[in-house]
Design a protein around this ligand. Structure first.
Ligand code: NDP
Length: 480
């Protein structure tokens, strides 16, 4: 059986203690490879390598650093089909989606930050006749990057690309559920000539490897994407050491639909924003709020379109929803569907595990599920499910829509559908979410700030925000 290896100090190596974890193919419900069950001794080696490499990497001319990152992007493009297949097998997502979104974005992330590093300019502030201030930004040192399982290589590169471009070295941990493409990525880094120790990838459990990265005194900054509870643990660990923290956490995003919307646009995009990647995207709109005059028509059309979605073998071209990432996650999603029923919800479609024939007979498949009849405060509408499950609720006024939309502890993203642009802006300004889409969803410009309010996170990624996160400002004041 294939053994995934750690990538430490430029070498692919087994974990110190020789222990491994089983890695499942979620579409088959079977173990298909092993990954290192690393511990703090592996993390210590990786941090040491990062500290040593920092001296050369942070001083390397920008153009040379950028060229290496560009080369990694070229190699991702060259191996796009292989990486997409690996991502689909490891995560359960449709191969078609991995080819169209995950892998192209991974390469785009590397390219975007490789070039961004060439365009950073420093600030200066003149105090007329008195002094001039200039501000330098220097890389913070060894950064810890911890990423989740839903968009494995996409989010892994979204963190490490700005860190490396800013001149930091990195100790990274992918989710133990989806380690494969990060492993393949480490092979590409070696081929691209990334100097030893600049990027180190330590595989294993969050509670061991992730925790050890966060606790290590020589790791100066932590960039984490994952669940809100894990984010709390990380913040509590890192705060007494005054580490810089960027936390991209969960969401319970509202999709607000006014009666004057472009109806066909709303339906087709809402199907995507509800069920893409089996609903395992932090930006999915899991609470659909519809103006009452449109409610019945919306529910009828949306439900019939959701019923028509094909849940199937992720490797087949026509499949629209693949497998959930793990058996544990499948149980969690199913438990929320049970909870919704107990809370008085009506399951309009789905709500069941899908049993496929043949190779995927033991896979973790759930049908797209639409629930109505719940109030805003129930647990189903307050807690993140992170699966192919959405609720639909009516509202009567703009004020009520805004109040419902803001009525959770989360504040990651929101979508607004209306042809009335004044109203769109008005509502957008009152929503307590870090990312708002008007008449679209998941349209991403990598230069824009990305992140959530309230319990959806701390800090912003994307564009200069990420470059600033991985650097420290120093102001120098010179008397004239
Ligand atoms: P988790 O919080 O369980 O895990 C995220 C990562 O953190 C994994 O690599 C995990 O390792 C690791 N980890 C777990 N415990 C610790 C710890 N104590 N110290 C350090 N690292 C630790 O999230 P999931 O992987 O389940 O991802 C789903 C969540 O991610 C959802 O809540 C989703 O909303 C959120 N998310 C947010 C996004 C955003 O941009 N805001 C984007 C995508 C997802 P291991 O897997 O081994 O446990």
């Amino acid at each position: 059986m294939q053994k995934i290896l750690n990538y430490v100090n430029g070498q692919l190596m087994p974990p110190n203690k020789g222990m491994y974890l089983e890695n499942y193919n979620p579409a088959e419900g079977k173990v298909y490879s092993l990954l290192p069950n690393s511990d703090e001794s592996d993390v210590a080696l990786a941090v040491q390598a990062g500290q040593t490499a920092f001296v050369e990497w942070s001083a390397m001319p920008l153009a040379k650093r950028a060229a290496i990152l560009q080369k990694i992007a070229d190699l991702i493009d060259r191996d796009a089909d292989k990486l997409a297949l690996a991502e689909s097998i490891d995560q359960g997502k449709p191969l078609k989606l991995a080819k169209a979104v995950d892998i192209p974005r991974a390469s785009a992330n590397m390219r975007f930050y490789a070039t961004a590093s060439m365009h950073v300019s420093s600030e200066s502030h003149l105090m007329e006749g008195e002094a001039i201030n200039y501000t330098t930004r220097t890389p913070i040192g060894v950064a810890g990057c911890i990423s989740p399982w839903n968009l494995p290589l996409y989010l892994f590169t979204w963190k490490i690309a700005p860190a490396l471009a800013a001149g930091c070295t990195v100790v990274a941990k992918p989710s133990e559920l989806t380690p494969m493409t990060a492993f393949l990525f480490s092979e590409l880094c070696i081929e691209a000539g990334l100097p030893a120790g600049v990027l180190n990838i330590v595989h294993g459990l969050g509670s061991k490897v992730g925790q050890a990265i966060v606790e290590h005194p020589a790791v100066a900054a932590i960039s984490f994407t994952g669940g809100t509870l894990t984010g709390k643990t990380i913040a509590a660990t890192a705060a007494p050491m005054f580490k810089k923290l960027s936390l991209e956490l969960g969401g319970k995003n509202p999709n607000i639909i006014f009666a004057d919307c472009d109806f066909e646009g709303v339906i087709s995009t809402s199907i995507q924003s509800s069920f893409s990647n089996q609903g395992e995207i932090c930006l999915c709109g899991s609470r659909i709020l519809v103006e009452r005059s449109l409610y019945d028509r919306f529910v009828a059309t949306f439900v019939s379109r959701a019923k028509a979605l094909l849940v199937g073998n992720p490797l087949e071209e026509q499949t629209q929803l693949g497998a959930l990432v793990s058996e544990g996650h499948l149980k969690k999603v199913m438990s929320y569907i049970d909870l919704a029923k107990q809370e008085g919800g009506k399951v309009e479609c789905g709500g069941v595990q899908v049993k496929l024939a043949g190779r995927c007979a033991d896979g973790y498949f759930v049908s797209p599920t639409v629930i109505t009849g719940l109030d805003q405060q129930c647990r189903t509408n307050q807690e993140e499910i992170f699966g192919p499950v959405v609720t639909i609720m009516p509202f009567d006024t703009e004020e009520e829509a805004i109040a419902f939309a803001n009525a959770t502890a989360y504040g990651l993203s929101a979508t607004i559908w209306t042809e009335n642009l004044k109203r769109a802006h008005r509502v957008a300004h009152q929503l307590k979410s870090g990312i708002i889409w008007i008449n679209c969803w998941l349209l991403r410009d990598l230069r824009t700030p990305f992140g959530g309010m309230k319990q959806s996170g701390v800090g912003r990624e994307g564009g200069w925000e990420a470059m600033k996160f991985f650097t420290e400002a120093k102001n120098v004041c010179v008397k004239i």
